[in-house]
Ligand binder design. Structure first.
Ligand code: PMP
Length: 361
């Protein structure tokens, strides 16, 4: 068996050791005689898995006690709808800063419930920059300000936490959570679909400052109510146990590897290697994002001649480098290099890109 280096944007590559452990435990979890995926979520076995996963995530991200942590079924898009339902009153204003495709998705989900104010958008420049904080048109009465910490398609990432005063900052961290130290206290809500940096698709992590749970919000069923989920310890209904378990293994792996500070160093080196190579390629490769806004997680790039795209992808695949095709919104290529992408994978990609340029430049 050979595993390729997989640059998929999500569902994304997982640590090989985690997959091996899940494989070893698949039929008989810890001598229980059954797979963890076959057990009741309320049994002692799964309850211990769930509690450990939360404790490990709290340690990994240094999450203070006055923040609740939820593991909910479904993706980040669902949270984008639940956030206005839970934290804004009907028709109240909410500020959205749009720095790429997923910020727009968040606006679309929220627009049904709140009066969305686009406080700033970098759409006019094709999402190649971040809207400067000084230009944001924030509303004084906004329920919250929403940003996308890392735009997975456009490869644009906030490198500083914007100051929003007393208005809670809500951030979609789907594609950059746990990639570097995070000052949780600067945020009201942090949410992330797991399928990039935390584990398999099907579970989302939501981190909520507890005082926000006192907000009345909008009429909603209990199953759409964060407060009820906190009270029910993310087990109001049957949770995605397998996904939660696998995410827990990923948290343990990240802690054992040295935690988020170590991943910040690795991610800096990995993305630095690719951007350097692209910038020094004399125009053969191109990344259009302003240097200060470039993502450390998703590196979109273009070949100088798109007639070479298919050949690039085919030869990359032969070299054991897969899922490099860019999102259809942008075209070109994209290398997603989350925590679980080893440095050796990025080095192999860099070597391939240099060689490809020599042969076709
Ligand atoms: N936000 C970001 C930043 C994303 O990258 C994605 C998915 N790629 C989403 C939201 C939507 O997530 P989901 O498909 O899990 O709903």
């Amino acid at each position: 068996m050979t595993r390729a280096f997989n640059f998929s944007a999500g569902p994304a590559t997982l640590p090989e050791s985690v997959l091996r452990q899940a494989q070893a435990e698949m039929l008989d979890w810890h001598g229980s005689g059954a797979s963890i995926v076959e057990m009741s979520h309320r049994g002692a076995e799964f309850m211990s898995v769930a509690a450990e996963a939360e404790a490990d995530l709290r340690r990994l991200l240094d999450i203070p006690d006055d923040y609740a942590v939820l593991f909910l079924s479904g993706g980040a898009t669902t949270q984008q709808a639940l956030i206005p339902l839970n934290f804004a009153s009907p028709g109240q204003r909410a500020d959205y800063v749009v720095s790429g495709h997923w910020g727009k998705t968040a606006v679309k989900q929220a627009g049904v419930y709140v009066d969305v104010n686009i406080a700033a958008s970098s759409e006019p420049d094709g999402y190649r920059t971040l809207p400067p904080r000084a230009d944001w048109q924030l509303s004084p009465d906004a329920a919250y300000v929403h940003i996308t910490a890392n735009e997975t398609i456009h490869g644009v990432e906030f490198r500083d936490v914007p100051d929003t005063g007393d208005v809670p900052l809500v951030a979609d961290f789907s594609s950059s959570i746990a990639s570097e130290p995070l000052d949780v206290r600067r945020y009201g809500v942090i949410y992330a679909g797991a399928q990039k940096n935390l584990g398999p698709v099907g579970v989302s992590v939501v981190i909520i400052r507890r005082d926000l749970l006192e907000r009345v919000g909008q009429p909603r069923a209990e199953i759409l109510d964060y407060r009820a989920h906190v009270k029910g310890e993310s087990m109001l209904n049957t949770p995605p146990t397998w996904n939660w378990y696998l995410a827990g293994l990923v948290f343990k792996w990240m802690l054992a590897e040295g935690g988020v500070s170590e991943f910040a160093r690795r991610n800096g080196r990995k993305s630095g290697l690719l951007y350097d190579l692209i910038d020094r390629s004399g125009g053969f490769y191109r990344n259009d994002v302003a240097v200060a806004a470039r993502s450390r997680m998703n590196v979109p790039f273009f070949l100088h001649d798109d007639a070479l795209d298919a050949l690039f992808l085919a030869q990359a695949r032969e070299a054991g480098l897969i899922s490099l095709k860019g999102h259809r919104v942008l075209g070109g290529m994209r290398a997603s290099i989350y925590n679980a992408m080893p440095e050796a994978g990025v080095q192999a990609l860099a070597a391939f890109m240099v060689d490809f340029q020599q042969r076709h430049g």
